[in-house]
Design a protein around this ligand. Sequence first.
Ligand code: DX5
Ligand code: ZN
Length: 235
Amino acid sequence: MKKLLSEFDSRRILVAPSLLAADFAHLADEVKRIEEAGSDLLHLDVMDGHFVPNLTMGPPLIASLRKNSSLPFDTHLMLSHPGKYIKPFVDAGSDHITFHIESEDDPLEVIAAIRESGVSVGVSVKPKTPASAIAHLMDKIDLVLVMSVEPGFGGQSFMSEVVPKIAELRAMANQINPRIHIEVDGGIDGETAKVVVEAGANMLVAGTSVFRAKDGAENAVARLHETQKLLPPQK
Ligand code: DX5
Ligand code: ZN
């Protein structure tokens, strides 16, 4: 059974640790650890060495993790041709599939393919891509993923210049599709989370700050959930 984003309230803070920061020699244990820490989703970063200068994981790894976790799988495709790979990632156990507006495929076709396969649809924007690039898609998707670092690597510093774009997207969502989730990815910790939630984000991707938290994943996830009180009311 897929756990769709429509089942989650977009006024709730959802914490999605990024597996990229896990110890890859012990993945099943790492996923269990962040699940027990109170995470809402597992964020899976898929890179093709072409759209971004790095390679990570593919469907077989995700399918293996699926047998070890009941968390919804939030799959972030950093691929030049996401349209070719929807079915393998759905079959592997993804619940949400997000692709980049800057990829080379027709966004409407990719959205339709993801929708037809029965999972939630997200569109991501790189730091320099304006909100206007996806305005025409807002009524067709469940999630906007705002990159707050250049995609490709974990452990980078949060780019505060994307904050106005988050506010702009939340204002757009309030008008067009209030149920939409706004997710932010890159350099998110207890402090940067406050800034993005105040701007209107409700889904927080965090790799380094959760998997490598000195005081443990449970405290790190709790710090992110604490931003719930900062989420502006929906108009
Ligand atoms: C970057 C990925 C992120 C990344 C986040 O391209 O999309 O999900 O792993 O890692 P941190 O939280 O360490 O910046
Ligand atoms: Zn990501």
